[in-house]
Design a protein around this ligand. Structure first.
Ligand code: AMP
Length: 220
């Protein structure tokens, strides 16, 4: 099964994609994570993407489509993929349909995570992750049980994304409404759109997405 998690920055796509990956054996493909890895590695793609990402703008379509094209041919993707943060433009959506069709595959469903705008800025500005295992935390809503120690792996090393600050968040939201929100109509018309309430707690959202995947699994 191949699904897309669609929603604005801060909607919880990464958190939910990781949970679904753990529970359902699907592979999370986050273009944001892949681009950050390319920046950290200092590759050509990373050099091209860094300033754009820091500014909160979208990396060119050909770059992200190329990354996804290389990744989805890997054997681990055979069992199914959760696309997290891709596609973000209509050009990317079209390219993804074609890439999958070339392998005899398709998108089985698009989970739209709906969250109010004023909540997004607060969520993004306070979030950070464990540098070792990637577990997500928030300054006010989700602190580690023991201050400074990751609940999941015990690491004391945490990191914040360079683009998770109030200024850049607004540019990222603008990019979302201008370039990505039209995908909601695109997938609605294709009959793939499955909205869930992203304002609920993490576990409730996971259950809602799980129910959607159960239905998709039965109908696919
Ligand atoms: P994310 O981790 O999904 O929030 O992505 C972080 C940043 O990476 C975005 O603000 C963009 O600059 C870039 N990025 C990630 N995915 C894409 C994509 N599909 N298209 C264009 N830019 C992307």
């Amino acid at each position: 099964m191949n699904i897309i998690l669609l929603g604005p920055p801060g909607a919880g796509k990464g958190t939910q994609a990781r949970l679904i990956e753990e529970r359902r054996g699907l592979v999370q493909l986050s273009t944001g994570d892949m681009l950050r890895a390319a920046v950290a590695a200092g590759s050509e793609v990373g050099k091209r993407a860094k300033a754009i990402m820091d500014a909160g703008k979208l990396v060119p379509d050909d770059v992200v489509i190329g990354i996804i094209a290389d990744r989805i041919v890997k054997p681990d993707c055979k069992t199914g993929v959760i696309f997290d943060g891709f596609p973000r433009t209509l050009v990317q959506a079209d390219a993804l349909d074609k890439l999958l069709a070339g392998k005899g595959l398709k998108i089985d469903g698009v989970v739209e995570m709906r969250v109010d705008d004023d909540v997004l800025v607060d969520r993004i500005s306070g979030r950070y992750t464990c540098a070792k295992c990637g577990e997500g935390y928030h300054d006010t809503h989700k602190r580690p049980a023991k201050a400074g120690i990751c609940d999941k792996c015990g690491s004391t090393d945490f990191k914040r994304r360079a683009d998770d600050n109030a200024d850049t968040v607004r540019t990222r939201l603008l990019a979302y409404y201008k370039e990505t929100a039209p995908l909601i109509g695109y997938y609605y018309c294709k009959g793939s759109l499955r909205p869930v309430d992203g304002m609920a707690g993490i576990d409730e959202v996971t259950s809602a997405i799980s129910s959607v995947l159960d239905v998709l699994g039965r109908s696919g």
